[in-house]
Ligand binder design. Structure first.
Ligand SMILES: [Zn+2]
Length: 459
C-alpha cells in the first residue's frame, strides 16, 4: 500500500516496523465545542486509512488522543486555554466542558460508523508522563524557564526547520501573535505553563517547576511514546499541524530518543465553504445535528467526504450534500435487492474498492468503481453472493453500512403481491390504487422482466 508522506514529499510504500502490526497515532479533537464539518472531513479520512489497512490484512493499533487541557487559542502557545475560555463563557468548570464534549465526540464516532480507535487517551490522564518527558528534556539541556513557563529551546534541535521546510524569519515576520519577548527564539514553545499567581485554574497540577499545566505539543509525544513506542509507522493530522504542532512533536520526541517519531506523516487538506476555511470564529462550522435536522442521512456526509481526495482542498455545499444523499439512496436501493431473491441474476463480477484505496487512498476512484459496478448490476443483476460481498466490501472499505437498511414489512409485501395479481388479471384500476398506496408509504415499484422490484423513494 502507498501513501503520500509529508516527511519525504513522496508517495511511499508503507513498510511497517513490525508487520502485520501497524501503529498509527492521530492528533485527536480538542474537546471544547461540537466538532464542525471540517473536523469530520478530517477524521473520516483517518478512518478510511485504518479501514484500508485492515482490509489489506494489517493489524492496526490506532491511538487517537483527546486534548482536554493545554491547547491555547493560538497553536503557538499564546492566548487562553480553549477549554478555560469556553468554561468561562458557559459559566462552567473546565472539567465539565471536557467531559461533555469528550462524550459527545465518542458518541459521534459511533453515529458516523467509525472504526473504534484502539485507544482514546486523554491528556489529563497523562500529566505524570508529560512531566517525566519534560524532566528528561531538562536533563538533556533542551529547556529553559521564563516568567510564564518552561520552554523548549528550538535552536538546540538542529533539524527543527526540516520537516515543514520552515522559513522561520518569514514566519516571524508574518506572525500576528504578540510575542513573548522572554523567549530565546521565535519558534520556542511551552512544555509547561505556570498557573497565574493570583488565581487558581480549574485544571492545574503540581510539578517540579511549580503549579501549572502542560503545553499542547508534549501530550502527543507522551501518549505516542507510551502506547506506540519511540518510532511509529504512521502519524496523521491536518496540514495546519505541519509548521507548529507536528514540528514541535518531532523536536521533543527526537531530542529524547534520537530516532524519528514516525516513518510516514499523513496530512489532510482543508475544507472550504464558499471559498472560506471553516472556523469557529467565522461561524460557518456546521454540526452533525444541523445535517440530520435537514433529513440528510449521516452516511451521505461520509459519501460526500469520499468524493474528494484527502490531499485536495475539498469544498462543502448543501447542494453537494443533498446530491450525495440522492447517491446514497441509489446505493440503498441496490442493497435492498438482497431482500428480493427472485430478482437476482448470474452476474458474479467483483467490486474492487481496495486497489484504488491502496493507492494513496484514492477515494474518488473507489466511488467511481462502485458507480460502474452498480450500473452493471442494474443491467445484469448480480447473484446473491455477489450482492452480499459487495455490501460487505462497501462497509469494510468505505464505512457505508448498507446492511443496516431494513427489509419492508410483511404488510407492504402483501400489497406488492396483490398489485402484481391485479396486473396479471388486468385490473388496472386496483393495480394503480395499490401502487399509490405503496408510494404513500415510501415504496416505488419497477416492473422488470424478473417481476416487481421495490425501492425506497427517499431515505
Ligand atoms: Zn498531536
Amino acid at each position: 500500500m502507498k501513501l503520500y508522506n509529508t516527511l519525504t514529499r513522496n508517495i511511499d510504500d508503507i513498510k511497517p516496523i513490525n508487520p502485520p502490526v501497524i501503529t498509527i497515532y492521530t492528533c485527536g479533537p480538542t474537546v471544547y465545542d461540537y466538532p464542525h464539518i471540517g473536523n469530520w472531513f478530517t477524521f473520516i479520512r483517518y478512518d478510511i486509512l485504518v479501514r484500508t489497512l485492515m482490509a489489506s490484512q494489517y493489524k492496526v493499533k490506532w491511538v487517537m488522543n483527546i486534548t482536554d487541557v493545554g491547547h491555547l487559542t493560538s497553536d503557538a502557545d499564546e492566548g487562553e486555554d480553549k477549554l478555560v475560555n469556553k468554561a468561562k463563557k458557559e459559566n462552567k468548570n473546565a472539567w465539565d466542558i471536557a467531559k461533555f464534549y469528550t462524550e459527545y465526540f465518542v458518541q459521534s464516532l459511533d453515529k458516523l460508523n467509525f472504526i473504534q480507535p484502539t485507544m482514546l487517551p486523554k491528556a489529563t490522564d497523562h500529566i505524570i508522563d508529560q512531566i517525566n518527558l519534560i524532566k528528561e528534556l531538562e536533563a538533556k539541556g533542551y529547556t529553559y524557564k521564563i516568567n510564564d513557563g518552561i520552554y523548549f529551546n528550538t535552536s538546540l534541535f538542529k533539524s527543527y526547520k526540516d520537516f515543514a521546510r520552515l522559513d522561520l524569519d518569514e514566519q516571524q515576520a508574518n506572525s500576528r501573535i504578540e510575542l513573548n519577548t522572554d523567549k530565546k527564539n521565535f519558534a520556542d514553545f511551552a512544555l509547561w505553563k505556570f498557573s497565574p499567581k493570583s488565581s487558581n485554574r480549574d485544571m492545574e497540577w503540581d510539578s517540579p517547576w511549580g503549579k501549572g499545566f502542560p503545553g499542547w505539543h508534549i501530550e502527543c509525544s507522551a501518549m505516542c511514546l507510551k502506547y506506540l513506542g519511540e518510532t511509529i509507522d504512521i502519524h496523521s493530522g491536518g496540514i495546519d499541524h505541519i509548521p507548529i504542532h507536528h514540528t514541535n512533536e518531532i523536536a521533543q520526541s527526537t531530542a529524547l530518543s534520537g530516532k524519528p517519531l514516525a516513518n510516514i506523516w499523513m496530512h489532510t487538506n482543508h475544507i472550504l465553504i464558499n471559498d472560506q476555511k471553516i472556523s469557529k470564529s467565522l461561524g460557518n462550522g456546521i454540526t452533525l445535528e444541523e445535517i440530520e435536522n435537514k433529513g440528510i442521512n449521516l452516511m451521505a456526509l461520509r459519501l460526500l467526504i469520499l468524493e474528494s481526495h484527502y490531499r485536495s482542498q475539498s469544498k462543502f455545499s448543501w447542494d453537494a450534500l443533498y446530491a450525495a444523499n440522492n447517491r446514497l439512496l441509489r446505493y440503498i436501493n441496490f442493497a435492498v435487492r438482497r431482500y428480493q431473491p427472485k430478482t437476482h441474476g448470474n452476474n458474479n463480477q467483483t467490486l474492487d474498492l481496495i486497489t484504488p484505496l491502496q493507492n494513496d487512498l484514492n477515494t474518488p476512484q473507489a466511488l467511481s468503481n462502485l458507480e460502474l459496478f452498480i450500473d452493471e448490476c442494474e443491467n445484469n443483476p448480480p447473484t446473491n453472493n455477489t450482492l452480499l460481498k459487495a455490501i460487505n466490501s462497501i462497509n469494510e472499505c468505505l464505512g457505508i453500512d448498507l446492511a443496516q437498511i431494513k427489509d419492508i414489512s410483511n404488510e407492504l409485501k402483501s400489497i406488492i403481491k396483490k398489485r402484481e395479481n391485479a396486473r396479471l388479471n388486468k385490473d388496472w384500476h386496483l393495480s394503480d390504487q395499490l401502487r399509490d398506496q405503496l408510494l404513500s408509504q415510501n415504496i416505488a415499484i419497477d416492473d422488470s422482466e424478473y417481476g416487481p422490484i421495490w425501492k425506497y423513494l427517499k431515505i
